[in-house]
Ligand binder design. Sequence first.
Ligand SMILES: C[C@@H](c1c[nH]c2ccccc12)[C@H](N)C(=O)O
Length: 409
Amino acid sequence: GKFGEFGGQYVPEALMPAIEELEDAYERYVLNNEDGFMDEFRTRLRDFGGRPTPLQRADRLSERYGREVYLKREDLVHGGAHKLNNALGQVLLAKYMGKERIIAETGAGQHGTATAMACAHLDMPCEIYMGERDINRQRPNVFRMKLNGSEVNPVTVGRGTLKEAISETMRDWATNVEDTHYVIGSVVGPHPFPSMVRDFQSVISEEARTQAQEKLGRLPDSVLACAGGGSNTMGAFAEFVSDDEVGLYAVEAGGSTLEVDEDAGVAPNSASLTTGSEGILHGARTTILQDHDGQIMESHSISSGLDYAGVGPELAHLVDIDRVTAVNVGDDDALTAFHRLSQLEGIIPALETAHAFGYLEAVAGPDATDETDALGEFVVVNVSGRGDKDLESAIEETYERDIDIAPNM
Ligand SMILES: C[C@@H](c1c[nH]c2ccccc12)[C@H](N)C(=O)O
């Protein structure tokens, strides 16, 4: 369960029985397809989730950037984001394990929503832990979770955000592991969570790799994906990691600035791969935004889905060995990219997703600021989610900042 010096199982003794039971189930059902688990997972991903998603040529972006730009449309997965790939896999696994109750954490509400949908689909009771502060700023997603029949447990400890929600959910899991499975929301946490979530999300790059060869007769020169916890990132990269000729770019949230004042306790970004340092978070050794006393700093991003002070240990490892290039895009450029994709391609991306398009513009756009144009002739961008959930906040932010917008807005 190690990725170089990253990963591992840094958990309290009380959690080890749950971890060991899950490790056994992961190996039997996910790695060895015992009882046809992976066959049922793929069938339900197709019939309920709507897979495979298209690898679509972005004609106007291809013209703008003078190269072949293709979009992997995870925004078309049921629920509007790649999140269902992982939630469906883990809830189905819980059924195969004989569990009767599902718990999960959420911050932005996307993972909570995907888990609630999967639980309704598979007839499993579900409780979502969500920070009080996040409940207040993500009301549509709270409504969706309840509509799908899930309970939402407010988390009031600490800052009442994602970090505390994860810790509270792990505490519940340690107490109720007999009948409960914890559906974690990204490639984070103690082994086997990062590997298992990556395996469920790897359907993204599995499809994209085949589709690239069908459409262009070759592998892409580069794959771009935004990176919060890293689940869509690892899903988009997994099947390309062994193809050395394919460049892999993880685009983090640069927030308002990359300058981190360690005494402030609050980082103005969520670029842990770029400005973080090695530490332990939520049971794994990875790179995190921490102050000089090792206290986890509060992160910031205009997009709540990228707003996390850590990152998956496998992604930290791939950056450490230079297999993945960690880059970042600030709030303003992400918001501009949100408008640009909407206007040029008729696709309103999630604010998280917009960060990947902000990087493409920075490197290949007319006023390219980033001179290292190593993206090559054939670029794939992972459209990790759609932007309906962000409309209100994105438009509000647009008017507050000096952002170029559509002529008719
Ligand atoms: C990205 C996703 C998420 C859910 N759980 C996470 C754990 C670690 C990092 C990210 C997440 C998001 N914040 C959400 O709440 O849905």
